[in-house]
Design a protein around this ligand. Structure first.
Ligand code: GDP
Ligand code: IMO
Ligand code: MG
Length: 444
């Protein structure tokens, strides 16, 4: 079972980092395929917490091959800081490989991201202001600067001039910003190039070699399906495709290399930034979920918006990704509610009922969630390790999710810790396979 894709099935922050770290123990390589340092992936091991933004969540295993694929946009300053931070904590980062074709976030991308948000005023997207959108825009406009350009001063300078020329007007307010001085910028990025050179590689070729050798490769998504630029809640989305289909393009492999697609979803819903959120709770219950779940952004520290689980969106994510399994995280956070609600359909402004995710923006913006009420439970789930340890109501909740989302539940999270998971039979069956694959560490 060579290729397994891990994707967010909601609006991001579902716990992809934790699950990737867990599966990586028995994987041979972990690969990021899109997004940039807008991502914040948390791993908790014992007393220690790690927050990764660009480096794949397999890096904590000494020497593990970790690849930043061509589909990722890289802010080299942030990447170097992250590498230095890991080294300072004695993590062996020798297995990191960076695609020479990945695009670079430049100082002007950061300025343009912030300027764009300011210009939109009350209609702003609520981006992470990390330059992600402007960098992908330059990539599409064929004005991007790639990792390989860091290794050639002449080319780098020429490309920076060409990339900045069409932005002259929008960058005028920052004319005096030293970060935009051509010489300073080139020098700065050449230094980054020297620092990163040992990690730069032809990562597509590396992927083929790994897959040809029957190695287990984990492709780690960032963000989530509802933030997808094509299928998400446009324009309140990110500028890449966080769907499983992008795992191929973003690393240089074909779809036949993918065996499993696992979608990660919280037992409820969160969203950071603006945009439609039909099952949002702007009341005490929402506040309780936020404080119990520690729902504050890993990257920007912003309070995450919270709401009940949205099965309309989850079913949509399941179809968009061809999910073979679901991982439900943070089930423990729902302990203590008498009743739990889930969105099973949407109601439009005119009273029309939607079973499927509405494709039209105006319709979507005026829908509210139609909720189904389920039994809650009081017990703390932190110590549960098998499905039979869970209260009946929690098991019923998982069954309800599986039935309505169209994917079996493989794994359940009952706390942030690495061991705070419950493997289901479906999880062991799909992942272990005959030869013992990525999940062969799952308890039998
Ligand atoms: P990612 O971006 O998808 O990797 O998710 P984040 O790291 O941004 O946010 C998920 C948060 O939930 C992190 O703080 C995790 O440590 C935490 N977490 C993950 N799984 C669980 C779980 O099952 N229960 C609890 N209580 N916390 C979890
Ligand atoms: P992980 O990988 C949650 C959101 C931003 C904003 C929108 C566009 O940790 O799940 P961008 O900076 O990408 O142009 O912002 O997307 N967003 C995320 N929300 N988790 C993330 O990543 C996100 N990355 C971007 O809040 O609404
Ligand atoms: Mg996150």
């Amino acid at each position: 079972m060579p290729g397994i894709v891990i994707v967010g099935a909601q609006w991001g922050d579902e716990g992809k980092g934790k699950i990737t770290d867990l599966l990586a123990e028995h994987g041979d390589a972990v690969v990021r395929f899109q997004g940039g340092n807008n991502a914040g992936h948390t791993i908790v091991r014992g007393e220690e917490e790690w927050k990764l933004h660009l480096i794949p969540s397999g890096i904590l295993y000494p020497g593990k091959t970790c690849v930043i694929g061509n589909g990722v946009v890289i802010d080299p300053r942030v990447l170097i800081e992250e590498l230095d931070g890991l080294r300072a904590r004695r993590v062996d980062v020798g297995g990191l490989r960076i695609s020479a074709n990945a695009h670079l976030i430049m100082p002007y991308h950061l300025l343009l991201d912030s300027a764009g948000e300011t210009r939109l005023g009350s209609n702003k997207i609520g981006t992470t202001r990390r330059g992600i959108g402007p960098c992908y825009a330059d990539k599409a406009a064929r004005l991007g600067i790639r990792v390989q350009d860091l290794l050639d001063e002449k080319i780098l300078k020429k490309k920076i001039v060409a990339a900045m020329e069409p932005k002259r007007l929008s960058l005028r307010p920052y004319e005096k910003d030293p970060a935009l001085d051509l010489h300073t910028m080139t020098e700065e990025y050449l230094v980054y190039g020297h620092r990163l050179e040992q990690h730069i590689a032809d990562t597509s070729k590396l992927m083929w070699e790994l897959l040809d050798a029957g190695k287990n490769v984990i492709l780690e998504g960032a963000q989530g399906a509802m933030l997808d630029i094509d299928h998400g809640t446009y324009p309140f989305v990110t500028s890449s495709n966080p769907l499983s289909g992008a795992a191929c393009v973003g690393t240089g492999i074909g779809p036949k290399a993918i065996d499993e697609v696992w979608g990660i979803a919280k037992a409820y819903t969160t969203r950071v930034g603006a945009g439609p959120f039909p099952s949002e709770l702007e009341d005490d219950t929402g506040e309780q979920i936020r404080s119990r779940g520690g729902e504050f952004g890993t990257t920007t520290g912003r309070a995450r918006r919270t709401g009940w689980l949205d099965l309309v969106a989850l079913r949509y994510a399941s179809r968009l990704n061809t999910l073979t399994a679901l991982v439900i995280t943070k089930l423990d956070v729902l302990s203590g509610f008498d009743r739990i609600q889930v969105a099973t359909s949407y109601r439009g402004a005119d009273g029309a009922e939607f079973e499927d995710f509405p494709y039209h923006q105006t319709v979507l913006h005026h829908t509210t969630a139609s909720l189904t009420e389920l039994r809650g439970w009081k017990e703390d789930l932190g110590e549960c390790r098998t499905l039979s340890d869970l209260p009946d109501a929690a098991r019923e909740y998982l069954d309800f999710i599986a039935e309505h989302s169209g994917a079996p539940v493989a794994l359940v999270g009952v706390g942030p810790g690495r061991d705070q998971v419950i493997w289901t039979e479906a999880g062991r069956d799909t992942l272990i396979g005959e030869a013992g694959g990525v999940g062969s560490g799952a308890p039998a």
